[in-house]
Design a protein around this ligand. Structure first.
Ligand SMILES: C[S@@+](CC[C@H](N)C(=O)[O-])C[C@H]1O[C@@H](n2cnc3c(N)ncnc32)[C@H](O)[C@@H]1O
Length: 432
């Protein structure tokens, strides 16, 4: 079928100039192409594509919707396309068909408009044989839900969600397929400025606000003035799990681009942030400057001991698979393997004792990962506690987001746009 359709599209191109299509769809397809090739995550690819394309706000929204929606529903879209494609499908053709199938099956765009937009895109942007796109998108129908297409994730991963959340798993699976809301940590002035610009600001857990923006965040006064910081409430709960840090030196280990460092500094802590990648410190510094805050930075590989003076409060927000962030990063579920989970768990188990060595007697250690898999959370901490009787797990009343118990810690429940984090708070015994 592919060869015949290619010929058809060539002959039709010779007769007519390409019909117009909305450039948002080309942006979406080109971003999908990169993400599906495993070259990048969706967020940075989409950011840079939208920056170069300079689409009007509504079209940026459409491109974003298509990219994330296609990734969220990829297993069922693949299943719906499979009977109509034979042999290897070129990655560009596959990306056009997946985006078109998503838009036809899940968005409100009228079906005939979906077909003609993607046919014009395929032809005009030379992405795919337009005849094939026409034939497939006219015929495509949703598949009956099976195990994979119902949860839209691999069975082993869906089982891990069921094991973690029991009866709540079904509503979590449904929630993970919906667009991610924006959460902001806002000052009073930030909330006022956003509302004055026409954004809707709704208070949420951990003192955060859920915001529907009237314009892109980076263009708002609140962001420019440093009155707003995007962070997920579950991520902020890891910071809050340290308790009162006002005036206290805090080590922020695996601090990355410094989002938690910023929240700690905003709470009055003197923060030293440690990460293996120096370039992450550059992003963190720039963001802290925007917020009018500061921190110190140390570049170090935390799989080895680090030579820093012990402090009373240590946060290890360890590198992880991100399995708790599937709503905002749906590509993770498409790439994640059990082998990657094992590798992450090994690194986490190496890092935790080095973090613990930096906690003063009587001090607090918070271990967190944005993963719902027990290998990266409860099991890492339980094994650590077996070998370190000087540490005891504590309950964490500061965590306001919905959560369930998980061994020596807790798991936040990934519903309503809240990420799934494992968080444990450990107290080091006083000496003597
Ligand atoms: C979950 S992210 C941290 C997010 C950060 N805490 C925040 O809130 O912005 C994990 C970080 O671990 C860092 N990392 C990975 N391996 C590391 C290692 N061996 N030593 C130190 N940092 C490491 C990564 O560079 C990444 O920035």
């Amino acid at each position: 079928m592919l060869a015949r359709m290619t010929e058809f599209s060539r002959s039709s191109r010779a007769q007519h100039p390409p019909d117009p299509f909305n450039p948002a769809r080309e942006v979406a397809v080109r971003v999908l192409l990169r993400v599906l090739a495993g070259d990048t995550f969706a967020a940075p690819a989409l950011d840079s594509a939208l920056n170069s394309a300079r689409l009007p706000g509504r079209d940026s929204g459409l491109a974003t919707h298509i990219v994330y929606g296609t990734l969220r529903h990829l297993p069922s879209l693949e299943a719906a396309l499979a009977p109509m494609l034979s042999g290897d499908t070129h990655p560009k053709t596959r990306a056009v068909l997946l985006a078109g199938a998503f838009e036809k099956l899940h968005l409100d765009t009228p079906p005939h408009a979906v077909v003609s937009e993607y046919v014009n895109l395929a032809r005009g942007a030379r992405l795919a044989p337009s005849g094939l796109v026409n034939a497939v998108l006219r015929r495509i129908e949703a598949v009956a839900p099976g195990e994979l297409t119902h949860t839209e994730m691999a069975p082993w991963l869906a089982d891990a969600y069921r094991a973690a959340y029991g009866e709540q798993a079904a509503s979590i699976f449904a929630d993970l397929l919906t667009p991610q809301p924006l959460w902001l940590s806002l000052s009073e002035r930030g909330a006022q400025a956003l509302e004055a610009e026409g954004s809707a600001v709704t208070p949420g857990p951990q003192g955060m606000d859920r915001v529907e923006l009237s314009r892109p965040l980076r263009e708002t006064e609140a962001f420019g003035q440093g009155w707003a910081q995007p962070i997920n409430p579950a991520s902020l709960a890891c910071v809050d799990a340290l308790g009162d840090v006002n005036g206290v030196p805090v080590l922020d280990l695996a601090g990355g681009a410094g989002i938690k460092a910023a929240m700690l500094a905003a709470r009055g802590a003197s923060v030293t942030s440690v990460d293996v990648l120096a370039r992450k410190h550059d992003s963190a510094r720039a963001n802290l400057k925007r917020l009018g805050l500061r921190a110190d930075f140390v570049t170090h590989d935390l799989s080895a001991p680090v030579d820093l003076p012990p402090v009373s409060h240590v946060l290890l927000d360890a590198p992880c698979t991100g399995s708790g962030t599937l709503r905002s990063h749906p590509e993770i579920k498409l790439r994640l393997t059990p082998q990657a989970v094992t590798a992450a768990a090994q690194l986490q188990a190496q890092m935790l004792p080095h973090a613990a060595a930096l906690v003063q007697p009587g001090g607090t250690l918070v271990y967190s990962v944005c993963s719902v898999l027990p290998q990266e959370g409860a099991e890492v901490v339980a094994r650590f506690l077996d070998g370190h009787p000087e540490f005891t797990p504590e309950s964490i009343p500061e965590v306001e987001v919905p959560h369930v118990p998980a061994g020596p810690g807790l798991l936040t429940v990934p519903v309503d746009g809240i990420d799934g984090f494992f968080i444990a708070r450990l107290r080091r015994r006083q000496e003597g």
